[in-house]
Design a protein around this ligand. Structure first.
Ligand code: SF4
Length: 324
């Protein structure tokens, strides 16, 4: 939960999630919708599905016990090298290395290496250095937590507090006054812009929803019918791609949403239809369904129209929708 999500938001969700899924078996049995609803408010919903899928593997292949070894942990969905090392060392006391941004900065500065962590060879040499350190430790979990904390609190990216640093005597960057040059700043990633044309279709007091696919952003979550494209489409372009015939397509608003790697421009349309195909959902049911934050915002836009019996208030802090 703490990957990419602020601790304050996790605190609220953690207990709720554990009450709902108190053990491996209950999580392994959970449907997509149940686990996504339990993850409400945390974002990056793919993690919830991967956690449930990991629980299934732990139940079926590891007799319900979380494996202790890095290699076995890495067989689980969503568990990469870093997370496997963290679980193995912190939870099970194994001499497993971890390298995150904080550990990398401490190692590079301490050894006086300015290289960017871009190539596989450079990454591997960092992991090897971290492994040498943890191999020498009598308490690997504590050591790993300590070096991460050192990077987060003392050896910070800007203005490291070298006068407070317990390894200052060993540090080459400090000795040579290179703290500001190590590590070299990474080149900014090229961000991709995509357009989501969202058509809120209402009829008979219900809303037409569809489920997103298994890949990409907000996978397996529910949404109003959405046409994705690299360029903005006009109304005719949206109509031609919709799988349901609609009337009175009307553009309501556009807004930007930023994710880790992409800028998503949402273009919201309202429409009505006489067709009955697809999944139609009453307001009370929609409130309980897993929706991304932008799709909740779009439901709010639908509320403003106040037609056809739909009226939704702002999402509450817990992310649910309340009627007005
Ligand atoms: S001495 Fe300064 S630069 Fe070196 S590891 Fe400590 S805080 Fe970082």
């Amino acid at each position: 939960m703490l990957q990419q999500t602020q601790a304050a938001r996790v605190v609220e969700a953690f207990d709720r999630f554990l009450r709902r899924f108190p053990n491996i078996n209950s999580l392994a049995r959970a449907s997509d919708d149940a686990v996504l609803a339990g993850w409400r408010g945390l974002g990056y919903y793919r993690r919830a599905i991967q956690l449930r899928d990991a629980a299934i593997i732990i139940r079926d292949r590891f007799q319900g016990q979380v494996p202790h070894q890095v290699e076995q942990l890495r067989e689980l969905p969503g568990i990469g090298r870093y997370t496997a090392g963290a679980i193995a060392s912190v939870a099970f006391g194994k001499r497993a290395a971890i390298v995150d941004g904080n550990v990398r900065r401490v190692i590079l500065r301490c050894s006086g290496r300015a290289d960017q962590d871009v190539g596989a060879a450079s990454r591997e040499s960092l992991w090897n250095a971290a492994q040498v350190l943890v191999d020498a430790s009598s308490r690997p979990g504590l050591f790993n937590e300590g070096i991460m904390e050192l990077g987060a609190v003392v050896c910070t990216p800007a203005s490291p507090r070298c006068d407070k640093c317990p390894i200052a005597e060993e540090c080459i960057a400090r000795r040579d006054g290179l703290q500001d040059e190590i590590p070299r700043p990474a080149k900014p990633a090229i961000r991709q812009t995509i357009h989501h044309h969202v058509v809120v279709v209402r009829a008979r007091g219900q809303l037409l929803l569809e489920r997103r696919g298994n890949q990409g952003l907000w996978r397996r979550m529910w949404q109003a019918p959405t046409i994705e494209s690299a360029r903005q489409l006009n109304a005719a372009g949206v109509l031609s791609r919709l799988r349901i015939p609609v009337q009175s397509l009307r553009h309501i608003e556009s807004f930007h949403h930023r994710t880790t790697h992409r800028d998503v421009v949402f273009h919201v349309f309202h429409a009505t239809t006489r067709a009955k195909m697809g999944k139609w959902v009453a307001r009370a049911s929609a409130e309980r369904m897993p929706l991304s934050n932008p799709q909740r915002r779009i439901l709010l836009a639908a509320a403003k129209a106040k037609k056809d019996g739909w009226a939704l208030a702002r999402p509450s802090p817990s992310g649910t929708l309340r009627s007005v």
